[in-house]
Design a protein around this ligand. Structure first.
Ligand code: HEM
Length: 329
């Protein structure tokens, strides 16, 4: 099932042509974000939430958001907020003592199960509504990631058995794509507020390269090296998914004298990797310049994007889309 899901995400989020296809949505929503920040900077949390949610809602389901109070934005965000905390690895005792899943909801201490069941019902409702949304847009010729899957498997006559999986893929990808994007943008804003000298340097570069008569585009990216350093340092300084996702060793292994039996749960500490003083001296400081005085090979070697998107077979399938870097490995 996981292999199938990875394949389903590979085509839209990894192939160069598909990433280009979703670029107009990302660009339009970036412009909406800028305009909202200009008009009402104090509500930056709300604007960032709209940016990340609107981009994913349109890419995944074909739905264009026209207000921060959008019905689907509210529905899916509320559902996901309710389920994310409960589903974090180790968030409940049942993760360690599986027999607890038989606890009756009415028993004192059974509140976690009631919350989980309520969360599941809300998720199911969201699945049904967002599936109908993607189907409606696909029937009207507006394709999206979920809409394309619905069309492909409906044409093959296989949609029935795959329906729950397609619904789940939509909501889990929405969750994975919005939370992380929000986190990076919040970290960027925090870094710029705390480090006006870095902000000023980036602004000067922007003025020099882009001028005052237009907004920057992706084509300007190569001409904005300091901004690129800020982006790398933002990923590194506040690693967005500090403990990645739990992995399992597929065979017996040994690491620095520690024996790791096959099937062991391994939780990668990405946060610590981003703070290795050998590669990143004074790791707690926000220092974009650390990437500018190095050779291209060195920068590539210590590029935090090699860390923050995870590793191995489960590496983030949305990394090229998130970074708008079609060349990223
Ligand atoms: C800067 C933004 C992002 C960061 C830092 C990030 C980071 C991560 C990390 C660390 C993982 C776990 C990888 C592992 O297990 O080794 C992951 C998984 C995942 N990411 Fe991202 N991600 C980002 C954006 C996105 C976006 C925009 C999407 C969707 C378009 C996305 C979709 C996913 C999915 C579906 C998974 C689960 C993969 C699986 O279960 O095999 N991510 N991400």
């Amino acid at each position: 099932m996981f292999r199938r899901h990875r394949r389903w995400l590979q085509a839209p989020f990894f192939d160069k042509a598909s990433i280009a296809q979703y670029l107009p949505v990302q660009t339009r929503e970036a412009h909406v974000l800028l305009s909202n920040l200009l008009v009402d900077p104090d509500s930056f949390v709300k604007h960032v939430r709209r940016f990340s949610g609107a981009t994913m809602l349109e890419t995944l389901y074909g739905h264009s958001v026209i207000s921060s109070d959008d019905e689907y934005l509210r529905l899916i965000d509320t559902t996901i907020e309710g389920t994310t905390a409960a589903s974090a690895p180790g968030a409940a005792l049942v993760d360690f003592i599986p027999i607890l899943k038989y606890t009756p909801t009415w028993l004192p201490g059974g509140g976690w199960k009631r919350h989980t069941l309520e969360g599941r019902a809300a998720l199911q409702e969201t699945h049904v509504k967002t599936y109908a949304l993607a189907e409606m847009h696909a029937n009207n010729g507006k394709l999206s990631v979920v809409g394309s899957l619905i069309k492909e498997y409906s044409d093959k006559g296989e949609i029935g058995s795959l329906l729950p999986e397609i619904m789940h893929l939509g909501s889990s990808t929405y969750n994975a794509g919005t939370d992380t994007t929000k986190c990076v943008l919040h970290s960027f804003i925090l870094a710029m507020v705390l480090h006006p000298e870095a902000y000023k340097k980036a602004q000067d570069e922007m003025d020099r390269v882009v001028g005052h008569d237009r907004l920057p585009t992706l084509e300007d990216r190569d001409s904005l090296p300091y901004l690129e350093c800020i982006q790398k340092e933002t990923y590194r300084w506040l690693c967005p998914v500090p403990l990645s996702l739990p992995h399992a060793s597929s065979e017996d292994d040994e690491y620095r004298g520690y024996f790791i039996p096959k099937g062991t749960t391994v939780i990668p500490n990405l946060w610590l990797m981003c703070r290795d003083p050998k590669d990143y001296p004074s790791p707690d400081d926000f220092l974009p310049e650390r990437f500018s005085a190095l050779t291209a090979e060195e920068v590539e070697r210590i590029d935090p994007r090699n860390i923050v998107f995870g590793h191995g077979r489960r590496i983030c399938p949305g990394r090229r889309f998130a970074d708008i870097s079609p060349e990223m490995p």
